[in-house]
Design a protein around this ligand. Structure first.
Ligand code: BES
Ligand code: MN
Ligand code: ZN
Length: 503
């Protein structure tokens, strides 16, 4: 068997160019020892089957006796580290479990455990593909897992997490496209995480605008408070009234304007104090993550421009902080939204739906999309209902909802449907306005969805409540490939959806 070595470097392949390295080399299996500079190689083993590629490596380096001594094939998610006297300094063998139980999630989580077992002094890491899934998909998943596992928000720490710049993938199949797609989706997910992890004083609406404008393939429109007033966006105007940081509605447009648009909208509350209906101080620091929806839209737009599908995608990010103060909007106010619908403010802490209302109505009016997806850290009720590993999905169109659930099947971004029937719309009827912004505690995720449904008309729309899944605090989610902080939930999902539903 011939093992081809594919090179992958962190950061858009510049490393490869700078070091005069070709993106792939051909090697006969006998020469695996000579793969220059590799100091660690990761390979995968199963309890009842063995990838031929792993066998080549273990045979060439004569590692069976050592592995046997250490108890043989490791259990699922466990690693053994074998020193090799020739060739790479270290081989990390990771267990995938039983052959028929191995799925993409098992690959992601076992591989990330192995990546974390790599010594910090390792500069060049090789990964042998297990050849269980189609080649391109497997390569994609491996590179994606590598990227998200090695992410760390350490800009403000003296001690940085180190990870190898260069990774080599050992396979005998053509996987260049998979590598590229994995890199793009991993980097986009990490951009989402970075924006979300930033404290609110840095990750401001203007910072989002600056980041978006760095992308040359995106047409950017940025609306501010004057525009909110002029255009009748009462929700955005109200919530941003007490903000110190200038608010923005950012609109990012990609692709061919002749094609029907896919619209993605993300809640971007850069800090949610609750406003006048102020939140308890315990845990309030986590409300810097209330911008995770907008961050996912920005990350997804980056990946989409790099993958370049034949599509028309419009991303909207309503961005503002929600603050208390003498100039803030207040409970009891009535706001008139872009589409004329009025809402009574019961709680200034139910601010996300107010800004999304205008973004949805405006985007639909301006861009006439054929499908709309919004993501928002919208309700604590959704966290109570579904926990920290599954996001709620609601909408007005079964077909679109099924498509987005389909896109989630191969990623770790799990979705579960919540009902949106008329009872929930009843629950938010107001005595003084068309609707009110809370319906009390019962069915809190659904009444929030019902509120949004007033701003999308008949256009196929799904709403993802990512309040439980967008970051990991002292929470009950544990994913081997995600460290603390923002998860980037929704980024890959949006990209996969766009790729699957375009030319
Ligand atoms: N951003 C919060 C929702 C949230 C809470 C997300 C906890 C993640 C963790 C949202 O703006 C909010 O405050 N929602 C209120 C709505 C209520 C006032 C109707 C909530 O869920 O308590
Ligand atoms: Mn709130
Ligand atoms: Zn909020």
């Amino acid at each position: 068997m011939k093992l081809i070595v594919f090179l992958h470097s962190k950061g858009s392949g510049n490393f490869l160019k700078e070091h005069g390295l070709e993106p792939l080399m051909n090697l006969d299996s006998g020469k695996v020892k000579d793969i220059f500079g590799l100091d660690t190689v990761i390979c995968m083993e199963m309890e009842d089957a063995e990838p031929a590629s792993s066998r080549v490596l273990l045979d060439t380096l004569n590692l069976d006796p050592a592995m046997k001594r250490l108890g043989g094939v490791p259990r699922k998610g466990k690693t053994i580290i074998l020193p090799s006297m020739d060739g790479p300094g270290t081989v990390i063998v990771v267990g995938l479990g039983k052959r028929e139980k191995v799925d993409i999630e098992a690959l992601r989580s076992s591989l990330s455990t192995a990546i974390k077992a790599v010594s910090p002094s390792s500069k060049n890491v090789g990964i042998v593909l297990p050849e269980i899934f189609p080649a391109e998909a497997e390569a994609m998943e491996v590179v994606y897992t590598y990227e998200i596992t090695t992410y760390s928000f350490d800009e403000f720490k003296a001690e940085k997490k180190t990870s190898p710049d260069l990774m080599r993938i050992l396979s005998d199949r053509e996987i260049k496209q998979g590598i590229e797609k994995g890199r793009i989706m991993g980097e986009a997910t990490n951009l989402t995480r970075y924006l979300a992890d930033l404290p609110s004083s840095i990750g401001t609406p203007t910072f989002f605008e600056k980041t978006l404008r760095e992308n040359g393939k995106i047409a950017v429109t940025a609306l501010g408070r004057d525009d909110f007033i002029k255009l009748g966006m009462g929700g955005l105007e109200g919530v941003s009234r007490g903000a110190h940081e200038p608010a923005r509605l950012l609109i990012a447009e990609y692709g061919d304007r002749e094609l029907p648009a896919i619209m993605i909208v993300g809640k971007g509350i850069t800090f949610d104090s609750g406003g006048i209906s102020i939140k308890p101080s315990d845990g309030m620091q986590e409300m810097k993550f209330d911008k995770c929806g907008a961050a996912a839209v920005l990350g997804a737009m980056k990946a989409i421009t790099e993958l370049g599908p034949k599509a028309h995608v419009v991303g909207l990010m309503p961005l503002t902080e929600n603050m208390p103060g003498g100039g803030s909007y207040k409970p009891g106010e009535i706001l008139r939204h872009y589409n004329g619908v009025t809402s009574e403010v019961i709680s200034t802490d139910a601010e996300g739906r107010l800004v999304l209302a205008d973004a949805l109505a405006f985007g639909i009016d301006k861009y006439r999309p054929v499908s709309v997806i919004d993501l928002a850290t919208l309700t604590g009720a959704c966290v109570v209902a579904l926990g920290n590993n599954i996001a709620g999905v609601m909408g007005n169109n079964k077909d679109l909802q099924e498509k987005i659930i389909e896109a989630s099947r191969n990623t770790w971004e799990k979705l579960w449907p919540l009902p949106l029937d008329d009872d929930f719309r009843e629950q938010i009827r107001s005595d003084v306005a068309d609707i009110k912004n809370t319906g009390g505690r019962p069915g809190g995720a659904e009444t929030a969805g019902a509120f949004l449904s007033n701003f999308v008309g008949e256009v196929p729309w799904v709403h993802l409540d990512i309040a439980g899944t967008a970051w990991r605090g002292q929470k009950t989610s544990k994913k081997d490939y995600l460290g603390p902080g923002a998860t980037g939930f929704g980024t890959r999902l949006l990209v996969e959806f766009v790729m699957e539903n375009s030319g």
